[in-house]
Design a protein. Structure first.
Length: 445
């Protein structure tokens, strides 16, 4: 405990780190305040139906990522999710479209061009999602809640146009906040904003779960202790999944240039157990929304109902298999054994006992396949844990923290932020936050 307090004191001794932390907290505070500013012309006292309908399913996921702003009809209701969607689309285009692949290989200039295209695509996505969100608001809250229409004489069309522009501006402002945090603060700004939205709902979910279990006469306190212990174990497992690597030994040949000798050392090539991160879960969740569109026809209504039951066996079995499949797919397109083998060859490196070139590519591909299998299964288990927790009696809001996208984002962002703080401490010759002085984080969302 004393060591931890000394480390916190060392953090505030570094002026640059202290400034970055203060800047980050300030922008996060601005974001959280904006989540409670209701769209102009709507009576905030009549939003109970919208808030209750934003607790489950895909809408509940969006509401959690926005820190409750979605259910509050806030100016930040859509948050950074349109930007995340645009980033995913651009990333996928970079895997299949030569133009985007070329931009990814052009360094800083290519990155700026990709960021610009991502922003344009974000605006296009917002132009579709904002009117859809306003249609959801009109369906969920009574007509008397629209003060601008009922008392000021605005038409519904004019009011929807104005609120659509406000929602678009709000999401772009949140995106700007995230970029400023990345440039002048600590951690990845977009990821931090999503994490703050998730963490903001944790106290309410925790209070509700504790209150429910304490009012239960049949061993409610013991059940609550078991839930906390299991939650701790899940967090440890998620950290292990995020941090786990398979190290492949790489030997570098000796080279003599002038009077200096280079190479001749052994290093390790770290291959992540979960190289795909949280993306397979996001893709799988998007596909699991498709059966909802087939529920209107009698021929497919039964199948759609079975695949739409969040806690049902068929839903979770299909969901888990999709996570495994997408893990293999995303790992295959993000980890290129051919490029790794070429880089090793250029730097005079080789894997002991494996011939450079095609044999090295085959060896790395085999290792990645073997490493990805347990990683994908583990990720699928993490993905369906919230549904298992609900079936075991855990409250819906609290169960979302037992796995899925929220847990992996939470763990990944915390590790990434701690890694940056660790780097500042070690550069100033202070002890880091971990005893080893080495903390492996993630690269952000």
């Amino acid at each position: 405990m004393k060591k931890f307090i000394e480390t916190i004191q060392n953090i505030f001794k570094i002026e640059e780190l202290r400034t970055r932390l203060g800047y980050t907290f300030l922008l996060i505070l601005v974001y959280r305040l904006g989540c409670f500013i209701v769209l102009p012309g709507i009576d905030a006292n009549l939003l109970s139906n919208l808030q209750s309908s934003s607790q489950e399913g895909l809408v509940g996921l969006l509401n959690m990522f926005s820190g409750g702003a979605f259910g509050n009809a806030s100016i930040f209701a859509l948050g950074v999710m349109p930007y995340i969607s645009a980033s995913i689309v651009v990333q996928l285009l970079g895997m299949f479209v030569p133009y985007f692949r070329k931009l990814q290989m052009e360094g800083e200039s290519g990155r700026r061009k990709i960021n610009q295209l991502t922003r344009y695509l974000t605006v296009a996505i917002l132009a579709i999602q904002c009117p859809a969100y306003m249609a959801q608001v009109h369906n969920q809250i009574p007509g008397s809640a629209f003060v601008a229409v009922n008392q000021l004489g605005w038409s519904n069309f004019a009011y929807n146009i104005v609120t659509t522009l406000i929602l678009m501006a709000g999401s772009m402002f949140v995106m700007w906040l995230g970029e400023r945090i990345t440039d002048r603060g600590i951690g990845n700004g977009i990821s931090l904003i999503i994490m703050i939205g998730i963490v903001a709902r944790l106290p309410f979910a925790l209070i509700a779960e504790v209150g429910e279990k304490l009012t239960t006469t049949n061993g409610g306190l013991l059940i609550l202790v078991v839930e906390f212990v299991f939650l701790f174990l899940v967090f440890v497992a998620a950290i292990a999944l995020t941090q786990g690597v398979r190290r492949v030994p790489v030997q570098y040949a000796k080279r003599v240039v002038g009077n200096k000798q280079y190479g001749g050392v052994r290093n390790y090539l770290p291959l992540r157990i979960n190289a795909a991160g949280v993306m397979p879960i996001i893709f799988a969740q998007a596909l699991m929304m498709i059966p909802l569109f087939f529920g209107r026809w009698d021929a497919t209504r039964g199948l759609a109902a079975a695949l739409s039951n969040y806690t049902g066996i068929w839903y979770n079995l299909t969901f888990g298999l999709l996570v495994v499949a997408f893990t293999y797919f995303y790992t295959a397109v993000t980890v290129n054994p051919t490029m790794i083998a070429e880089d090793m060859k250029k730097n005079g490196g080789f894997i002991p006992g494996v011939k450079p070139g095609k044999k090295t590519v085959e060896y790395l591909d085999t290792i990645m396949s073997r490493v990805t299998l347990p990683g994908s299964i583990f990720l699928a288990i993490i993905a369906i844990l919230p549904a298992i927790a609900m079936r075991l009696g855990v409250g819906n809001s609290f169960a979302s923290f037992y796995g899925g996208t929220s847990l992996l984002i939470l763990v990944g962002v915390v590790l990434d932020t701690l890694q940056q703080i660790e780097s500042y401490l070690l550069m100033r010759h202070y002890d880091g936050l971990m005893k080893t002085g080495r903390l492996t984080g993630r690269s952000g969302m």
